[in-house]
Design a protein. Sequence first.
Length: 390
Amino acid sequence: MRNEVRAFAQDVVRPRVTQNDADAADVLDWEIVQAGHDLGLTRLVVPKAFGGLGYGIKAAAIALEELGAVDAGTALIFGATLLGQAPLLLSGDEQLQGRYLSRFASDKAVLACNAITEEQAGCDLLIPENTQFAESEVTARPDGDDYVISGRKRFITNGAVADFGSVYANISGMAPDQGYTCFVVPFEENVEVVKVADKMGYRACLGTEIYFHDVRVPATNIIGQVGLGVEINIQQMNMARSTVAALSTGVARGAFDLAVKFAGDRRQGGKQLWEHQFTARKIAEMTAKIESARLLYLRGADVADNQIPVPALEPAVAKMHADQISIEVAETAMSIMGARGYLREYGAEKYMREALGARIYEGTPEVLALAITQSVMNPDEDFEEDGDEW
């Protein structure tokens, strides 16, 4: 599978990277999306019973490393779809899974999204003591056997192009710590794309502000049960963080590959650049950072594939480390390449832009530090898990 995704990244994605990075913020390369869908990248973790490939998080992580090494934005198109699928996978609700996960077995490419972030809400909802303040701007008003969803979400990857989303909302009339709930919402009527963000990096994917205008969904579209939105959000993040760590590892690897090629081609002082001791040390340190990041994300993915509920520690460590080393490796690659590293035509500056992005989504360094420290200090009480079953 790694070889197939690597070939796709090199043969299909790479020739279009420069154009997709330069395109307007609201342009999506559907030809790449369709080719990735044909390869199975939209259904890697979808169970075989619903037409998926039936892989686990480890396989998805490996795929995202390969994609991230070429273009992080393309990787996130498929990664964000996994995030949209994750609450459904965790729910165990076969009827709901059959209605929505089976869509990824169609011939035409289908994408999903995970709609959590709002103007005043994001990673802070992953901190247990903030649960009482988990009031969402997006509300779900009970109406017979349905709920009517209204409100605005921001920074939602794939929001402009998703077939459906896992959407978090507060049940009208309920306290925030009792009513925060996750719904599967079809992105059909009354879902407005307000704005597509003009981002620094990850430009191949669309980060979207969306507004739900009284979108009616049946009560059967609740994932888990009413009031378990925080727990579901936390578990999907623990499940998915290793894939984001893998993507960051791929970004580091892409920058590293550019620097290694340059150090082999460039001659200075009568010998190749890599033969100078200082440059050799940089290459060795970059190698160690990438290898350690890969081992950590594989460990985190293995935990996610084999433990439910997914512990916070290993995925958080993997993401915190990979996010940091990707920035360090990208910066070092630019320094090795000198002036060329600063020019768009050589590609190193793009890896720096994309390395910075991963520190924002699926847990900032500060939130990850809290998760790690809580797990270390209280090993029997996994941070971000309160024991509810759903």
